[in-house]
Design a protein around this ligand. Sequence first.
Ligand code: NAD
Length: 377
Amino acid sequence: PRILIPIEVASGETRVAATPETVKKLRSIGFVVSIEKGAGSSAGFLDESYLNVGAGIFSEEDGDSLKEIDVVLCVNCPEVEFLKKLKPSALVIGLLAPYGNNSLATCLESAGLSALSLELLPRISRAQSADVLSSQANIAGYKSVLLGASALDRYFPMLMTAAGTVQPAKVVVLGAGVAGLQAIATAKRLGAVVYVSDIRQEVKEQVESLGARFIEPPEIAEERTEAGGYARQVSEAFLEAQKKQLLEQLSEADVAICTAQVPGKKAPRLIDEEMLDGMRPGSVVVDLAVSQGGNCAGTKPGEIIFRNGVKLIGASDLPCTVPNHASALYARNLLSLITPLIKQGELILNTDDELIDGSLISKDGVIRHAQLMNLGG
Ligand code: NAD
């Protein structure tokens, strides 16, 4: 089968879905690989490096046709114009933003395409090596702390100098999922004192093993974890009680890193105007949930807003600021997903497999997750 790695066209996107390392491996398991001219350049992978491992360069201008392609590996969903030119039953794999995506569903249907949406990959142990949400969230967590540290008007570590002692910065991390745990580890390495809030009691041990302090969630009896280990949407009463706790923590914080999310839902609002009023001028909030509505009042995607001396950083797209490693890990995730699908030189999409069943949103144009994509099925 023939794989194409297209150039990513979404604004601000710097990643690429295959690297020379993974192209080499894709070829060794039986794929013919083409890469669109310049697709890896903003991630530091030049066309020559792909040519050196046996990839072809694809260019529609030079007469190459999308009709020859069996599989498209991408980061973001390609544009409709591109998808329409693929042949029926071609397979698209990427972060396709499926939630409520009626227009994508319509396009997949009319073009007869198969599509595997990586957001929906069940997060079971077998899928860990293919889990792009985790590999990218890890990067976001790491980078969020660096942003916070460089925007802060203080040191992170405790220092004993000839001019006296400097106290360590206090960092509050909201949400201890993949991004939050990496943020904790990064802030600890820089010498900060770290406090952590999460509604899932079971993360306490992980937080403490990283040397941070866990803020016990308010004692309101309700289920806070779904089957599968994800957070559930909590009640207003819980959020109210949690706010009271955080009000106090944030009034002493230098940096707040917000990573709290609930899959497929708007992010919970954890920092409101009153809490921001209580924060010290010069302190910083980095909101990783900004594109899902934000954990913090007033943050905007990609913007830094000054609010009475507090810097509010709307940290969307952080993996794009570390494009080389973000691509390397993303590409390895895809390789690990696709390798078991090749049987005797053919790509087989077996919907009895939990991973495929969960993430295949369309098979040959038949939409399989109609409800999710707002088609009311
Ligand atoms: P996420 O991005 O959906 O959420 C981030 C964190 O926000 C979660 O820890 C969640 O509990 C927390 N949160 C939600 N509402 C909150 C609130 N009101 N206040 C404070 N915190 C709140 O999560 P994620 O990082 O994608 O993953 C979460 C969990 O999924 C992991 O910790 C793990 O248990 C599981 N997981 C499993 C695998 C696997 O086995 N393959 C891979 C990745 C993640």
